[in-house]
Design a binder for this molecule. Sequence first.
Ligand code: PGA
Length: 261
Amino acid sequence: MTTATRIPLIAGNWKMYKTPREARQVLEQLTAGLPKNLPGPVVVAAPFVALPAALAATEGSPLELAAQNMFWADEGAYTGEIAPGMLTDLGVKWVLVGHSERRQLFKETDQDVNHKVKAALAHGLKPILCLGETLDERESGRTFEVLGRQFELGLEGLPPEALANLVLAYEPVWAIGTGRTATPAQAQEAHAFLRGEAAKMENTLAKSLQIVYGGSVKPDNAAALMGEPDLDGALVGGASLAADSFLSLIKAGLTAKGFGV
Ligand code: PGA
């Protein structure tokens, strides 16, 4: 499938790292070091409390901010939660939904994920819907079954046009934070499968859907992964925490996609 219509997307996921002050410092370094001819935005998912400082530090730059999670209700008695409108009011444009750490550690279900995707879209936030199998699921031959279920339930009830406003992140759980990356071929196979699922909803939009890979992406493996036709970018945890490694990863990945930066 041609990649010509798809702009690569590289996003950092800082998880529970970085105070507002630390976020500002790294973002200033990133802004200063980013190539001038980027094909699209670079996204950073910062902790909630770092978002205001992060937005101020990235104003006028190609960096855009994501939240790492949110609740789906507009407002209400949900102590400790953050509503979509609170994020858009700040100027946040993106939100990670269904990251495997949310699913595993905080018991988010496919139904929770579905509510969050719907709420994000209703508020004009672009969801990065994360899906991926565990090691056990892969070893027992259930990868596609799991991906298919997460895709279907995550997008349940949404019209096909929703595909134009979201990004998928394939993140095999066994590759996250482990240093064990999926091989380019394993990742490509999963991405092609997901694009096929999307094509069942709407063929043209499936072709332009960005599907990024996450799980131990580093500066030295980004090019091989992003060289695969259905890998449209990366969701990067550990290697996004320091400006120098994130910048080299961005340059390697975009160059592999044919964007000389
Ligand atoms: P990692 O994390 O790059 O540190 O493996 C990826 C992610 O959790 O999104």
